[in-house]
Design a protein around this ligand. Structure first.
Ligand code: TYD
Length: 215
């Protein structure tokens, strides 16, 4: 693996609640650090003191979908400016647990909010900053719900029913269809090692693509 190609790359991790992505972000972070890369591990909503404050409001206070979308993008703006852009500029590999695909999936798909408004906010807030690679951990809402059952106290999103998560899944599928080269869809309904192998295969495929693009 030519690690140089990972410097200054923005990699995001997506999926419905219960898909198990955090385990794999942890594993990839350890592996890349052990290989000597400068890694920034972060998450959305969150990643700065202000954005973490907004995260607390989003996860625990009732609000309408427009307010939710504005808060998510406000948090993203701060996170991009304060943390993500400077890290990428220094050549770090940024691993971000969720990003804008989650907004299109949860606010757009799950809550049925207007995608055109989300696209406008995306354009204002991100100035074109898209991930270089998105690993989408996909599994059915039923399996995800079974995994989450009995886990800690659910937040506002985790407490939604499986119809909501079916719409979130459809929202992710729409984003992938709009930008298929960026996405790797990983079957998350497999043993952990098989999912980890799929993550590695997705990363290898991206590295091969970036390598070819450099020639
Ligand atoms: P999550 O990333 O699953 O964190 P944890 O593993 O600690 O529960 O939780 C974040 C929640 O925020 C998740 O339910 C999805 C939601 N969310 C949105 O609704 N819109 C967004 O744009 C983002 C980034 C997250």
């Amino acid at each position: 693996m030519n690690l140089d190609l990972l410097r200054g790359r923005f990699i995001t991790f997506e999926g419905i609640d219960g898909a198990g992505k955090t385990t794999h972000v942890d594993a990839l972070e350890s592996r890349l650090r052990a290989a000597g890369l400068d890694v920034l591990r972060t998450r959305e909503p969150g990643g700065t003191p202000l954005a973490e404050t907004l995260r607390g409001l989003l996860l625990h206070s009732a609000m309408d979908a427009l307010t939710e979308s504005l808060l998510v993008f406000a948090a993203r703006r701060d996170h991009l400016q304060q943390v993500i852009e400077p890290a990428l500029a220094c050549g770090a590999t940024v691993l971000c647990d969720r990003y804008t695909d989650a907004t299109f999936a949860y606010q757009g798909g799950g809550r049925g909010f207007d995608r055109a408004v989300l696209s406008q906010l995306e354009a204002w807030v991100q100035a074109g900053r898209q991930p270089d690679l998105t690993l989408w951990f996909r599994l059915t809402p039923e399996v995800a719900a079974a995994r989450l059952a009995g886990a800690r106290q659910p937040d506002r999103f985790e407490a939604m029913n499986s119809d909501f998560f079916s719409r979130v899944d459809a929202g992710y599928a729409e984003r992938q269809a709009a930008d298929p080269a960026r996405f790797v869809c990983i079957d998350a309904d497999q043993p952990v090692q098989a999912v980890a192998d799929a993550v590695q295969a997705g990363l290898d495929a991206a590295l091969a693509r970036w390598s070819a693009a450099r020639v």
